[in-house]
Ligand binder design. Structure first.
Ligand SMILES: Cc1ncc(COP(=O)(O)O)c(C=O)c1O
Length: 390
């Protein structure tokens, strides 16, 4: 990059891919590709086995009870929209409250805001404090606004890095007979994820952030809820029978997988899951924790830099910061000249930025392949930013 080696510090936006995932997808296309669930010929059976085999891997990866609870979507965004539309339209109405955190990515914020408005329900947010940590004492007041029906929270905030108390929120939701919708997009790639232990009702995450391809996401949902829900997308595959008078729905998970799914992408995600599992999610989490500790220490050395977000103990593998007098886009531009790739902007969390009284931050984010030298280069780059804008 500009004659320098790349320091890729933007894995929270999307991860790089191991060769094994790339090779396996190519091989799948070359030897086992056809449409799934339809053909009687051997090649179609192979493709179906590859696709359904990936579902089994994902089922084990998140400790789901059954593969019927694991739905392949195109992204976390689609998974969260699926819940907001298919559950929300039938279950929310006047007098109900849909609650999300003020730290949510837009993909678990805007769908609930929109469906609440459409159904006449109230939309409420759980605020956070200066350190980016949720203010749970606000819950009592939120509960006075009506019947709380759904609570949405991410496990790790993509813009501030906060690790949120999802289990506590799930317990609070269930005390009110509400459902808990968890966005695990910044958790599934980085730490062990057990959907049963979380106490959630729905958990969404996305393939491209966890060494898999783009175009594939996952929704895990509690079977009894999925069974009762209306479908989201309508068309081929998701039906049992169709007539002019009446259409009935296929069994889970197919009821929620209308049309030709992302076949090779699901297969590739299954291989990414093997890769992450073999390395070990605990080891990945430990490594990122070390990188984050090092980054917090080193970035704080740069004059004029303010780090936002929680202390190390309650932080995932990323550091968001501002540089006094320099717009985050300019910071990222100068870092790019040095071959350091970081993200600048509101990170799809405009309400969180607004609460902090800033428009944007620069964010460095880490993954299993991050090495300390890349953080050193980030810090050298930040000194360069200060020289350029002195
Ligand atoms: C916390 C969080 N939720 C959801 C998403 C959306 O993921 P996708 O764009 O793959 O749907 C992201 C991606 O940036 C994210 O960081």
């Amino acid at each position: 990059m500009h004659g320098k080696p790349l320091a890729y510090l933007d894995s929270a936006a999307s991860s790089q891919k191991p060769r094994r995932v790339l090779d396996s997808m190519r091989e799948f296309y070359e030897t086992s590709y056809a449409n799934v669930h339809r053909g009687v010929y051997d090649l179609a059976a192979r493709a179906t086995a590859g696709y359904e085999g990936a579902r089994e891997k994902l089922c084990a990866f998140v400790n789901a009870e059954s593969t019927r609870e694991v739905i392949f979507t195109r992204s976390a965004t689609e998974a969260l929209n699926l819940v907001a539309y298919a559950w929300g339209l039938d279950n929310l109405g006047p007098g109900d409250v849909a609650v999300v955190t003020e730290l949510e990515h837009h993909s678990n914020f805007v769908p609930w805001q929109f469906i609440a408005k459409r159904t006449g329900a109230e939309f409420a947010v759980i605020p956070f404090d200066e350190a980016g940590e949720l203010q749970l004492d606000a819950l009592d007041e939120i509960a006075t606004r009506g019947r709380v029906k759904v609570v949405g929270a991410n496990v790790v905030s993509n813009s501030l890095g906060t690790v949120n108390p999802v289990e506590t929120l799930a317990a609070w939701a269930h005390e009110r007979d509400a459902i808990m919708v968890v966005d695990a997009s910044q958790a599934a790639p980085h730490r062990p994820l057990d959907v049963q232990a979380l106490g959630a009702d729905f958990v969404a995450f996305t393939g491209h952030k966890m060494c898999g391809p783009s175009g594939i996401g996952v929704l895990w949902g509690r079977r009894e809820l999925l069974e009762r829900m209306s479908p989201f997308n309508l068309g081929g595959e998701m039906i049992r029978s169709v007539s002019i008078e009446r259409t009935t729905w296929n069994e889970l998970p197919h009821k929620f997988e209308a049309g030709t799914p992302p076949i090779a992408e699901a297969y590739g995600l299954g291989v990414a899951v093997d890769y992450l599992t073999e390395i070990g999610l605990e080891a990945i989490e430990r490594h990122e924790h070390e990188m984050t500790a090092y980054a917090l220490e080193r970035i704080a050395e740069v004059p004029g830099v303010t780090i936002v977000g929680p202390p190390l103990e309650r932080r995932g593998g990323l550091v968001s910061f501002t540089v006094e007098g320099v717009h985050p886009h300019d910071v990222a531009q100068v870092l790019d000249w040095e071959g350091v790739a970081v993200r600048a902007g509101h990170h799809c969390t405009e309400p969180a930025m607004r609460r902090l009284g800033i428009q944007a931050t620069t964010r460095a984010s880490f993954y299993l392949y991050t090495v300390p030298e890349e953080i050193d280069r980030l810090v050298d780059g930040l000194h360069r930013v200060r020289e350029v804008f002195a």
